[in-house]
Structures are given as C-alpha cells and as structure tokens.
Design a protein around this ligand. Structure first.
Ligand SMILES: *Cc1c(COP(=O)(O)O)cnc(C)c1O
Length: 421
C-alpha cells in the first residue's frame, strides 16, 4: 500500500474500509461537541451502543423474575459462563472447552500459577520480560515468596540489548535454554504493554517445552488485538482482561485459557470453588470437589451477570467481524500511523518509535519515545481532544483500534503532533 500524507487520502481510505460501519456501533466521547480522537482503547475500550441494552435486560430480568432469573431469564444466569465461550475461543484461537470468562486478570494469573507453577528443589525458576506490567511483577514475586523462594535467585528477567528497546526473540529463546532444567515457568506478555511488541508465542512455547518448562502468557494487550493460536501453539495457559481491546467496560470480567491437554488432569493442584464443580451435582452441596472438564473447572464463583452482559455485547461484534478482518485493517491503520510519523520526523531527532517496525511483531499500538517536551506535547494533545496515554518516563502510547478508529483519526493525530513538535 502506498500511503499519502493528506486528509483527502485518509478520508478515501475510510470510504473504502469494509469495517467503517462498526465505528457507528460505539459511543465516541466528544470534545467541544466533536468526536474526540480516541487512541486509548489499549487502556479502556469504548462502549458498544448495545451494551446498555444487554445490561438493562439483565436488570429487567432481575426486577421481574428475581431468583427465577437463574433459570427463566432470557440468558439464564445459571449458564452465563457458557454464552461467551464460542466468541472467546475464536479470539484467542482455542477450543471452547479451553476458555472461560471469570474473575479479574490478576486473580486469574494467581489461580493459574497455583496450578502451573509447581517448583521443585531443582526446577524452580520463572522467566518474565524485564519491565513487565506491575501487577504481573507483584503476582510473580508474591508467588515465589509463597513457595519460600527468593525472587533474586528464582526470577529471571529478559532484557533488551544495550541501546535497544524491544526484545530479540533469539535472546528470549537463549535465556530459556540457559536456565534449561532449572526453569519451571515461562510467563511473558502476548503484546508488551509499554513497547507494543508482539512476542513469538509459537517459538517461545516450543523452546519452553523443549527444556521441560510450562509456558503461559498474559494476553491483556493481545486479546482482541492480534491473531492468536493458543491451542495450535500448545500454550499451557493464558489470561487476559476484557476492558482493553475487548471493550467490556471498566473492571470487566477477565478470561483464561487452559490447554485441552490439561482438561482432565486432576493431579494439577488448584484453588477450587463451587462454580468449578460438576454442574449436574453442584447443588447437592456435597463434600468432595469434582472439577468440570477444561477451563470451567477452574471457576470459583457464580458469574457477575451485569459485567457478563457487557462482555457479551462486545463479543458479538468480534464474532461478526472476526479476527482476520480486524487484523487486516489493524495492520493497515497502524502502518498508516507509522508512515505519517516517519514523514514528520524521518531523522528521529524529535521522537523515536520504539515499537517494532515490522507489522508482524506488533499489535495496533505504537509507542513513541519523546526526546523532549514529551509531557507538554501529550497534555496539549489532550486539550485538543486527542487522547493517547503517557507512560513515564517519556513515552506516548497511541493505539488506533481497528474496530472503531478511522484513518482520519490517524491523520488528525499525526497532523496535530506535527504542529506541536
Ligand atoms: C492491564 C493489565 C493488567 C491489569 O490487571 P487487572 O487485574 O485487570 O487489574 C495486568 N497485567 C497486564 C500485562 C496488563 O496489561
């Protein structure tokens, strides 16, 4: 694709965009009466217009049916976790039995580590990326301490090479091999929240397994953003949240993937609750936990239905569009942003894009390291109704989301940025 640095070109791209009608299915926050440029879907996705309807339906059922809503509701609450399975499975490349929506991301990460991080005297190390999202760092560190291990010795952080911002796949693989038979768990992001780098899930999982480690991914920035094949790539487990690219609302219900090969493994230790118990005998309330098959068996509690309804409203859009179409537009939209940013500052004196240049190695987000006045530029963008986010010490993250952002949004952002630097 040959891009052009003009509003006319951006508008032409929007006219030819097969997904352009999806923008109308979302509420776009206004600034001075006009739609803002919203590039923060990597932090909190926009609200689908149908969300209110689905949440209201649950409120109505609760009002009209009260406890009977568990069976008589239009989406019976008893079975709520089943309604999101098919869409989630498609989004992460899984079988329905391998996924379930439950809890919050960090809670799920702990639950997965309870089952899949089982250190022994000789095999106890965990590999993560240096500068991992804080919550993941805290979760991992506290799990190590819970097992009476010293994070200084047991936690391996893979770092970028000197002068580089992102990780070389080769270095991740080498680190896995170096720690070899001492390595219990590889736990990386799918897409790194700060740099926007999309890790090579397939190779990392392959090499992790080769040395005998378990391999899990935090897909907070990957689910709904990049194509994933968790089943095929033999990933052991994964977790994600739904309020970023999955547009399911603040604090929305999170998700887990557990590979089919673990689906009936009752030897895996787990923290259990009644919603993971065999559903045909759940209400006998008897002693002795018998897990349901697959990811369902890791559920603890009954489903938060209001959050679940918001989740379904958004997942319906993903089912309609499909990740293939979404990714196709995403690559084009973000490549357009990449092109425009290079037009503005081709020598890289004012800023540097630290996200990988190859579209295969990133999602929709570009992370722009500002060389001076970054915070001031960021604040001025906000005043002009252009929302990106600021990550200390010096990065502006901009995420053109293919489901609702336009080429015109991309042009406006780049054009305004250009006028400010
Ligand atoms: C957004 C995000 C979280 C947030 O965790 P919650 O439990 O949903 O509050 C955790 N980890 C990563 C990598 C994230 O991007």
């Amino acid at each position: 694709m040959i891009f052009e640095n003009s509003i006319a070109f951006a508008k032409k791209m929007d006219r030819n965009d097969p997904l352009s009608s999806y923008r109308k299915k979302f509420l776009i926050p206004k600034h001075n009466g006009k739609p803002s440029v919203y590039f923060v879907g990597n932090s909190l996705g926009l609200q689908p217009k149908d969300t209110k309807k689905l949440v209201n339906e649950e409120l109505e059922d609760w009002g009209n049916l009260a406890v009977e809503g568990h069976f008589e509701g239009r989406r019976p609450w008893m079975h709520y976790h089943k309604f999101s399975k098919k869409a989630l499975a498609k989004i992460v490349g899984a079988k329905p039995v391998e996924v379930v929506a439950m809890n919050q991301l960090t809670v799920n990460l702990h639950l997965m580590m309870v089952s899949f991080y089982r250190p022994s005297k000789t095999r106890f190390k965990i590999i993560i990326e240096a500068g991992a999202f804080s919550s993941d760092q805290y979760a991992v560190e506290s799990q190590l301490k819970f097992h009476q291990l010293n994070p200084d010795a047991a936690l391996i952080e893979v770092k970028p090479r000197l002068g580089e911002h992102t990780l070389q796949t080769e270095d991740i693989l080498q680190s896995i091999k170096d720690h070899g038979d001492q390595l219990a768990l590889v736990l990386l992001s799918g897409v790194q929240y700060y740099t926007g780098q999309f890790f090579d899930v397939k190779k990392i999982t392959e090499v992790g397994h080769k040395v005998g480690a378990v391999v899990g991914f935090d897909l907070a920035h990957a689910a709904g953003n990049v194509p994933l094949q968790l089943h095929k790539h033999n990933v052991d487990f994964a977790v994600w949240c739904s309020y970023k690219y999955l547009n399911s609302g603040p604090g929305g219900i999170a998700g887990v993937f557990i590979h089919e090969k673990h689906k009936n493994n009752s030897n895996l230790p787990r923290f259990a609750g009644w919603w993971g118990h065999q559903e045909n005998v759940r209400f006998q309330m008897k002693k002795g936990f018998i897990p349901m098959e697959g990811a369902d068996g890791w559920q603890l509690s009954n489903v938060p239905v209001l959050a679940g309804a918001a989740h379904l409203a958004s997942l319906k859009l993903f089912e309609e569009v499909g990740m293939t179409m979404l990714r196709k537009k995403s690559v084009s939209l973000t490549s357009y942003l990449y092109f425009l940013l290079n037009e503005i500052d081709s020598s890289g004196t004012k800023f540097e894009i630290i996200t990988p240049p190859d579209a295969n190695d990133r999602g929709c987000q570009l992370s722009i390291l500002m060389k001076k006045n970054g915070k001031r530029v960021f604040n001025t963008l906000v005043k002009k109704g252009i929302f990106t986010d600021w990550r200390e010490p010096d990065v502006i993250r901009a995420a053109p989301v293919p489901m609702y952002n336009s080429y015109e949004d991309v042009y406006k952002f780049a054009n305004t940025l250009s006028s400010l630097i």
